[in-house]
Every structure is written in structure tokens, then in C-alpha cells.
Design a protein around this ligand. Structure first.
Ligand code: COA
Ligand code: AMP
Length: 630
């Protein structure tokens, strides 16, 4: 079948399409229908079905006689270790950890936060939670204690599972003090924590609260798989919105399994036994969908890679992993390739390895620039497939479906809508725009299975953030256009979310933090183009009258403040002090104009600007920071 046939098949009869996709899974009770729309615009999928996530990721492969197949390859160039875990071993590991959590009182529906680096135990922890029906919420290790505390208060977890440390090229990062700080800061207190002590750094334990990962699993009764309703949440994943309060994206159990399982063959073209590698982090949605769940649902081998594209130990590390583990489909963010290309522009490292097993490179998380795509194509000799999705959606919405039909690749476009996604370009009034015209990217409701049904404890915020701007549509927050062939082009965000090295960050949140500095009267943060990370945040600070500190000191303190409040992942290092911020007469800060000046792009003086001379001051400040860049 062609892409067109499959897409039309879905469009003509979505219920049959998704019920067929549901057939390849193991249900406790099969659903009688796919969509329930009685609460529209809130939609539910496989509502009367019953199923378990861990069973479909692990046990069913063992029950089918494939327990000896490798489920996880942990490859950690940063620690010099490797480990393989079969499906049968993974079943035991999840049953034991699940049983130990149950013995401590964790039951169905309880939340468990996971704060771990890229170790295989992070995947075991996620699966153990879904085995017993606990709702996990993984927090990325590069976030600071404050961010962890916000999530603890929102998710109110019964337990937190963490590692003693993560390992970055800069050295060992102690996680436990961050965890202790976060628990102290949070209003909600977990009943207990579970700490995986890593040999690189042993954490101090709090008596009566902290349990040792290994010790607390001794002599417990292994957990069986809990029967979950199709619409029960399997996890919450926080993502950046426009304010300091992150959005808790809820993932529903059944739709998640059905949709991810469908994507593995139809999009990534892998099947049971194939090796699939997503070089991301368990803290992001890519890690949830394509390091943990997707590959395991379909019986693939997944790779947990603890390293960086360069420097661990060199720019050939990706190719070494691909050769050694016979990776068939590889997925990462364009920034990783930009990092490699910068160090090894001629691809000397690529030539050293046998990449004959590799069939595709998939890129997502940020705009894939044509230069990077072409370089990757030349070096690897495989199709480079850009695809578009977001945390809320959970899997590719716009893509070139390699497993159905590899459509012609158009540089700069993540290609065409996948079944389930009726993508539309809307004007400000919500009318559908003709082909070629730029507008807001929206998806006609209902969203397909596995996408967010709501935000955790924030249904009104869900409606106001996504459903109210364009009634009948989900607002993606991206702007772009569609060409005559139905290919989508993503041009920009319509909100103040920026994308730094494939990491989604909120400039609004950074402004909130900076405004908390005692010498800062007013500030603006915006994203400027960066050749490696795609974008970097840049801060403009107006100081209180009479501030005695030097500008350099305030800037240095602000850089530290963001690092401490949000985390190193924010990569906030560019800031300057200015007398005034450019605003419209009604007081709106003209961030877009400043970003254009910083990026060296053409810009127009806004008719509504209050005082055009401020832009000269801003240009001078930008020049001092080295912007626009060469
Ligand atoms: N735990 C603790 N700290 C972390 C961390 C983690 N899990 N992940 C990142 N950090 C820290 C880094 O050490 C760095 O700190 P520093 O300011 O002290 O150097 C900071 O956060 C920024 O990290 P990163 O974004 O990784 O930038 P980098 O300059 O170290 O590396 C790249 C640049 C391009 C090599 C890197 O961003 C990369 O590998 N990107 C791949 C893209 C990706 O995985 N995207 C996920 C979505 S698909
Ligand atoms: P996240 O929720 O972290 O996955 O970030 C989602 C956002 O990243 C999207 O809304 C886009 O702004 C951006 N994004 C993701 N994939 C792509 C892509 N292939 N091309 C352009 N932007 C992308």
C-alpha cells in the first residue's frame, strides 16, 4: 500500500484503522471501539479496553518464546562499560523492582518520580512503574533542584527513584544533593526514595527515607502486571510552556501502546529482533517513546547510550555503536550531527566503521537545516528522514513513513502528515489557509490515540493552552506552511518557547527567574540563532536605579541564577545590561525584532514602537556580545 492509500484509509474510517492497529497487542480485555467522544473536545481512546504497558513491552515477548532476545544494550563510553539485558532478564528486573515498590506501599495510580541519567536502570524503573500501574514522571538530569521541586509539588509522588550521580564530559554530577535540595524545597514530601548507588560516586543516605536500590529488592514477592483501563495514565512528562510552571503532559495507557507499536514498523521500518537506537535521554519524550517503550513494544533491541556525540571519546562514537550493535534505524537531534560535523567535517571517523546495517537516520526535536541533512546523507549513504512531533503528541505527526513508502525527500520539510493527523494551516481567525501561505499549524480534533488527553491536574490550562485559540483544533504552537504536494514546512514557534540543542525551554520562565534578582528591574529573554545548538537564550537586563554592583557582576550572577534555578541544560550564558527595553506604545516588549537584529536578518521598524532610538542601544549591546555573528 502507498502512503496515500494508508492515509486515506485512516481518514475514511479512523475507528477501523485504530482497531486494526490495536490487534497486534496483548489485551486483558479487548476494546469494543476506538474513540469515545462524549466529552468532546476532550477525547478518549480504547476506553473500555484493559491492558498493561509493561506486559506488552516485556512479558509478552517472553511468553511468545523470545525471552533470550536482547531487549536493552547499555553502552556507556563515558564510563567504559557495556551490558546486555535479555527480555527474560528484563521481566525479572521489572517484576523485582515493581514488587519492592509495592512492598513499600506504592499502588496503582500512585506517582513515582524518576531522576536518573542514561543507565539501563532508568528503563527498568519506568517499566516497573507501568507494571504495577504506578504513574511515572521522569525528570531530566540536567534540571536543577528547583525544577525537580516544582515537579514534586505538581505530581505529588509517593516515591522518587534516583541515581547517586550522572556523568558528563565535565565530570561526575552528584544527583543526590540536588534530590535532597528539591525534597527540602518542595511542600509535598515523598514517603521514600530509592537510590541507585553508582561506583563513580556514593551518595549519603537519609536514614528512614532513602532506600538502597539493591537492598530494598531483597526477598520481595515479584510483581505481576496490573490490569489497567485504557484511559488510565501511564506517565506524566513535564514540558516547557510559557511560564515557570511546566505543563504535565499526561500519556494514556492503551493509546500509547497502540500508536507507538504502529510507528515502529510503519515509520521506522523495524521489526522484532532489529536494533533500534534513539540517541536522546530518558528525560525527554524521545527517550520515553523511542528508547524505552516503542522499541520494546515491538520486540526490538533498544540501546541506552550514556555519552555524547563528540568527546566520549571522539566524533566516531556514534559510528562505533552502530557497527558494534548492528543498528538498523538511528534517531537523534540535528544538533548532534552539527556537533560531529564541526569536529570531523570530512567524515574521517565515519570511514573507519562498517555501517552496512544502517538503513535510515531519523532527525527530530528541532529544525533540521539542509546543510546538516546533506552532510549526513553524504557521509552515511542512507536516507535522512526529518520528522516533526512534540512532547504533547508523543510520536511522529509529520514524517516520511519509511516502512510504508519512502516519499521523495524535500530538504527543509519533515514531509507529510501521518494517519491520525489532519494538519491544517490557520490564519489568526482560525480559517484554513491555502497551500503555500504561512500560518499557525493546527491539528483537527480529535487527536489520535496516545496523544495528551489533558494536563496533569490542569484541565482548564489544557483547554486554554491548546484548544481555545482555534475551536475544533489543537494548536501546536508552531507556525509554518504546506506546499502543493502536502509537505509541511515548520518555520517558527508562535510562543516564547525556544529550542536549545533539541531541548525545549521557556524564555518566559527564564524571565521570571531573572526578575527575581534583586538588582533587576525588568528583563527580556529571547532565542538567538546558534550554529551548533540551533538557538541559545540571550538576556537583556534593566537594573534598578542606584544599583551599586558592576554590570559584569550582575550579568555573572544572573547566569548563575538561571543555572541554579533551571539547570545547566538552559545553557544561559549570553546576557547584557541595557538602559531600556524596546517596547510598543502599549508596553509589549519587541522580542521578535531584537531576535532578528541579533540573527542579522532583515527587519522592519514596527509602526507601534514607542521609541525607535532604543534599537540603536540594543544593536550596540548585541555587538558587544558578538552579534550578529560572522
Ligand atoms: N545531567 C546533568 N547535566 C547535564 C545533563 C544531564 N543529564 N545533560 C546535560 N547537562 C549539562 C551539560 O553538562 C552542560 O553543562 P555545562 O554548561 O556545565 O557544560 C549543559 O547541561 C548543557 O548540555 P548540552 O545541551 O548537552 O550541551 P553541551 O554543550 O554539553 O553539548 C551537544 C552539545 C550538541 C553535543 C549536546 O547537546 C548533544 O549531544 N545533543 C544531542 C541532542 C539531544 O540529545 N537532544 C534531545 C532531544 S532529541
Ligand atoms: P519537544 O516537545 O521538546 O519535542 O519540542 C517540540 C517542538 O520542537 C516542536 O513544537 C517544534 O517547535 C520543534 N520541533 C520538533 N521537531 C521538529 C522538526 N522536525 N522540525 C522543526 N521543528 C521541530
Amino acid at each position: 500500500m502507498s502512503y496515500k492509500d494508508v492515509y486515506e484509509g485512516w481518514k475514511n474510517d479512523p475507528d477501523t484503522f485504530w482497531m486494526e492497529a490495536a490487534q497486534s497487542l496483548d489485551w486483558v480485555k479487548e476494546p469494543t471501539k476506538a474513540l469515545s467522544d462524549e466529552n468532546a473536545p476532550l477525547y478518549e481512546w480504547f476506553k473500555d479496553g484493559q491492558i498493561n504497558t509493561c506486559y506488552n513491552a516485556v512479558d509478552r515477548h517472553v511468553d511468545a518464546g523470545n525471552g533470550g532476545r536482547v531487549a536493552i544494550i547499555y553502552d556507556s563510553p563515558i564510563t567504559g562499560t557495556q551490558k546486555k539485558i535479555t527480555y527474560a532478564e528484563l521481566q525479572n528486573l521489572t517484576a523485582n523492582l515493581g514488587g519492592a515498590l509495592e512492598a513499600q506501599g506504592v499502588t496503582k495510580g500512585d506517582r513515582v518520580i524518576i531522576y536518573m541519567p542514561m543507565v539501563s536502570e532508568a528503563i527498568v524503573a519506568m517499566l516497573a512503574c507501568s507494571r504495577i500501574g504506578a504513574v511515572h514522571s521522569v525528570v531530566f538530569g540536567g534540571f536543577a533542584a528547583n525544577e525537580l521541586a516544582t515537579r514534586i509539588d505538581d505530581a505529588t509522588p509517593k516515591a522518587i527513584i534516583a541515581a547517586s550521580c550522572g556523568i558528563e564530559p565535565s565530570g561526575v554530577i552528584a544527583y543526590k544533593p540536588l534530590l535532597d535540595g528539591a525534597i527540602e524545597q518542595a511542600t509535598h514530601k515523598p514517603d521514600f526514595t530509592v537510590i541507585l548507588q553508582r561506583e563513580q560516586l556514593t551518595a549519603d543516605m537519609v536514614e528512614g527515607r532513602d532506600l538502597n536500590w539493591h537492598d530494598f529488592q531483597k526477598d520481595i514477592t515479584p510483581a505481576t502486571c496490573a490490569t489497567m483501563n485504557g484511559t488510565d495514565p501511564v506517565y506524566i512528562l513535564y514540558t516547557s510552556g510559557t511560564t515557570g510552571q511546566p505543563k504535565g503532559v499526561v500519556r494514556p495507557t492503551a493509546g500509547h501502546i497502540v500508536a507507538l507499536n504502529w510507528t515502529m514498523k510503519n515509520i521506522y521500518n523495524v521489526e522484532a529482533g532489529d536494533v533500534f537506537w534513539a540517541a536522546s535521554d530518558v528525560g525527554w519524550v524521545v527517550g520515553h517513546s523511542y528508547i524505552c517503550y516503542g522499541p520494546l513494544f515491538s520486540g526490538c533491541t533498544t540501546i541506552v547510550f550514556e555519552g555524547k556525540p563528540i568527546g566520549t571519546p571522539d566524533a566516531g562514537t556514534f559510528w562505533r555503536v552502530m557497527e558494534e550493535h548492528k543498528v538498523k534505524t538511528f534517531f537523534t537531534a540535528p544538533t548532534a550531527f552539527r556537533a560531529i560535523k564541526r569536529v570531523d567535517p570530512k567524515g574521517e571517523y565515519v570511514k573507519k566503521y562498517d555501517l552496512s546495517n544502517l538503513n535510515y537516520l531519523f532527525l527530530a526535536g528541532e529544525r533540521a537545516d539542509p546543510d546538516t541533512i546533506e552532510w549526513a546523507q553524504d557521509q552515511l549513504g542512507v536516507p535522512v528522514v526529518d520528522h516533526w512531533w512534540q512532547t504533547e503528541i508523543g510520536y511522529p505527526a509529520v514524517c516520511n513513513p519509511a516502512g510504508i513508502e519512502l516519499m521523495p525527500i524535500k530538504l527543509g520539510s519533515p514531509a507529510v502528515p501521518m494517519p491520525g493527523f489532519d494538519m491544517q494551516i490557520l490564519d489568526d481567525e482560525g480559517s484554513e489557509l491555502p497551500k503555500g501561505e504561512l500560518g499557525a499549524i493546527a491539528i483537527k480534533l480529535p487527536l489520535p490515540p496516545g496523544t495528551l488527553p489533558t494536563l496533569w491536574n490542569a484541565e482548564e490550562r489544557y483547554k486554554s493552552s491548546y484548544l481555545e485559540a482555534f475551536p475544533g483544533y489543537y494548536e501546536t504552537g508552531d507556525a509554518g506552511y504546506m506546499d502543493e504536494d502536502g509537505y509541511l514546512y515548520i518555520m517558527a514557534r508562535t510562543d516564547d518557547v525556544i529550542n536549545v540543542a533539541g531541548h525545549r525551554l521557556s524564555t518566559g520562565q527564564m524571565e521570571e527567574v531573572l526578575a527575581g534578582h534583586p538588582d533587576v528591574a525588568e528583563c527580556a529573554v529571547l532565542g538567538v540563532k546558534d550554529a551548533l545548538k540551533g538557538q541559545l537564550p540571550m538576556g537583556f537586563l534593566c537594573l534598578n536605579a542606584g544599583t551599586e554592583k558592576s554590570h559584569e557582576d550582575v550579568v555573572a550572577e544572573c547566569v548563575q541564577l538561571i543555572r541554579k534555578s533551571i539547570g545547566p541544560v538552559a545553557a544561559f550564558k549570553l546576557a547584557c545590561v541595557v538602559d531600556r527595553l524596546p517596547k510598543t506604545r502599549s508596553g509589549k516588549i519587541l522580542r521578535g525584532v531584537v531576535a532578528k537584529i541579533a540573527d542579522g536578518e532583515d527587519w522592519k521598524m514596527p509602526a507601534t514602537i514607542d521609541d525607535p532610538t532604543i534599537l540603536d542601544e540594543i544593536s550596540t549591546a548585541l555587538a558587544d556580545l558578538g552579534y550578529p555573528q560572522g
